[in-house]
Design a protein around this ligand. Structure first.
Ligand SMILES: C[S@@+](CC[C@H](N)C(=O)[O-])C[C@H]1O[C@@H](n2cnc3c(N)ncnc32)[C@H](O)[C@@H]1O
Length: 242
C-alpha cells in the first residue's frame, strides 16, 4: 500500500532541488546495481573507441571508475547537485568533477571527448525542449569526430497507460507517476514526504528531429542486446555518432 501524501507532496520542478533532497538516500534507494554498471561499461567498451569520456548527470559516480578502467579516461563527471557530486567524489576520488547545469553550456573545448554518456534517465529532467536540443548540439560540439553520445532514458511505453487521464500509477518500486500535459510526466517518491518532479517523455517519433545533427542514430532496447521495439520496452538507449 502506498503511503498517502495529503496535498500530493512538494512539487520540485527544478531537478537540482529534487536531487538535493534525494541525495542522502540516493545510493540506498535509487542507484542502479553494480551488475548493471558492469553490463553498461562492457557495452560501451565494445561499441565505442577509448578516450576521454564525459558523464552528464553523473549522480553518485557509479560509472566513473569502471569507465576509466575500460579505457575511457579521464572520466569526467558533471552534475548540478553538490551533494550528488560529493557521492561521486567518494566513489572515484581522482575523477575530474564539474558542478554545472548541463544545459547552461558545457564548460569544455570543442572535440574534447571520445564519448559522452548520460545514463539512468538523467536527461529526462530537462523538461524544456529548447534547452534539451541546445544540449544535444553542445554534446556534438564537445565530441571528437566519430565520437558517440550514449543516452539511456525510459522507453515511452514503460510509463503505464494514462487511464483515466492524470491518475497516479505505479512506475517502479517506490515511484509513482502521472501524465501532465505537454509531453511531461510527473514522478512522485513514496518517501521524503512524497516529493514530486516533472520529466519529459522521449517519444520515438520526436527523436529523428532531436538528433538530426548526428551522422548516425541507433536505438537499443537497453544494454543487453536484442532488437529495439518502438512499442514495447523498459529502457531505451540512444547512441548517436557525431
Ligand atoms: C537518476 S540520476 C542518474 C545518475 C547517473 N547518471 C547514473 O547513471 O547512475 C540523475 C542525475 O542527473 C543530475 N541532473 C539532473 N538534471 C541535471 C542537469 N540539468 N544538469 C546536470 N545534472 C543534472 C541529477 O542531479 C542526478 O544526479
Amino acid at each position: 500500500m502506498r503511503p498517502d501524501h495529503p496535498g500530493g507532496g512538494n512539487l520540485l520542478k527544478d531537478a537540482a532541488a529534487f536531487y538535493a533532497a534525494v541525495a542522502p538516500v540516493y545510493d540506498r534507494d535509487y542507484a542502479l546495481e553494480p551488475a548493471v554498471t558492469r553490463l553498461q561499461t562492457a557495452w560501451l567498451a565494445r561499441r565505442c573507441s577509448p578516450g576521454p569520456v564525459l558523464d552528464l548527470g553523473c549522480g553518485s559516480g557509479r560509472m566513473l571508475a569502471p569507465l576509466a578502467r575500460a579505457g575511457f579516461a579521464p572520466a569526467v563527471g558533471l552534475d548540478c547537485v553538490p551533494d550528488m557530486l560529493a557521492l561521486s567524489r567518494q566513489a572515484c576520488p581522482l575523477a575530474p568533477l564539474v558542478q554545472a547545469r548541463a544545459e547552461a553550456g558545457l564548460p569544455f573545448r570543442a572535440a574534447s571527448f571520445a564519448l559522452v554518456v548520460s545514463l539512468h534517465a538523467a536527461l529526462i529532467h530537462l523538461t524544456d525542449v529548447r534547452a534539451l536540443l541546445d544540449l544535444l548540439a553542445d554534446c556534438r560540439r564537445v565530441l571528437r569526430p566519430g565520437g558517440w553520445l550514449v543516452v539511456e532514458v525510459p522507453h515511452p511505453r514503460s510509463y503505464p497507460p494514462d487511464s483515466p487521464p492524470g491518475r497516479w500509477r505505479d512506475f517502479s518500486p517506490g515511484i509513482s507517476c502521472r501524465r501532465v500535459d505537454n509531453g511531461l510526466e510527473e514522478l512522485r517518491l513514496d518517501e521524503l514526504g512524497g516529493i514530486r518532479t516533472r520529466v519529459r517523455l522521449w517519444e520515438i517519433p520526436l527523436l529523428h528531429d532531436w538528433f538530426h545533427d548526428y551522422r548516425r542514430v541507433e536505438l537499443h532496447p537497453g544494454f543487453s542486446g536484442g532488437r529495439f521495439d518502438p512499442d514495447k520496452g523498459l529502457v531505451m538507449v540512444i547512441a548517436a555518432r557525431r
